[in-house]
Each structure stands twice: as C-alpha cells, then as structure tokens.
Design a protein around this ligand. Structure first.
Ligand SMILES: [Zn+2]
Length: 103
C-alpha cells in the first residue's frame, strides 16, 4: 500500500480515540504507515521524577497514528476524500470526489 498522505496535508481522523478531529500532517513515516498530525493523538510525555518539579504542565506531545485511521481533506471540495493517482508513473494525486488535482 503506497502512502498517499504528504506533509502539510489537512486530514480528518476517521477512527480511534481522536475520531472526528482535523489537523495538519507534520510528519510522515512511510515505513510504519503512520503520520504525525498536529494536536491529534496527544499523549502525556513521560516525565522523569526529577523533572516533575520543573514541568507542572505535563506537556503533551503527538504520537503518530496509522494512515488507515485518517483521510485527506481535499483542498478544493473541503471534504474528506479518497485520493487517486492518474497513473503509476504520475506522482500527482487527485481527489476522487471532485476530480481535481491536489498537488
Ligand atoms: Zn475534492
């Protein structure tokens, strides 16, 4: 399965704890089929005992989520859309809903 999500895409989470959330892709991990999305799948940072006095806010950070749990939001029709490619050689993606190129 080829990853069709790219950095800076806006995506909608369609499954899991953060279902319904939208966010911007800040990193893609093709080997793991995971993406890191701003403000999605936040986990409390593990704080070492000696740091707890300094860090009372319990900083949260994003954890990558599996690409099957997100859909790219088409910048043209603003809807979560399945993306296609015109051909194997063509790396441009297009929205299967409105047919417009995304890249
Ligand atoms: Zn579209």
């Amino acid at each position: 399965m080829k990853i069709k999500i790219k950095k800076d895409d806006n995506v909608l989470v369609i499954a899991g704890r953060d279902k319904g959330k939208k966010g911007k892709v800040i990193a893609v991990y093709p080997d793991a089929n995971r993406v890191l999305i701003a403000n999605v799948n936040l986990r409390k940072k593990t704080i070492r005992q000696q740091d707890q006095m300094m860090d009372k806010n319990f900083a949260e950070r994003e954890v990558p989520i599996h690409i099957s749990n997100v859909m790219v939001i088409c910048p043209h029709c603003k809807k979560p859309a399945r993306l296609g490619r015109r051909s194997e050689e063509d790396h441009k993606r297009y929205c299967r809903k409105c047919g417009k190129d995304i890249d």
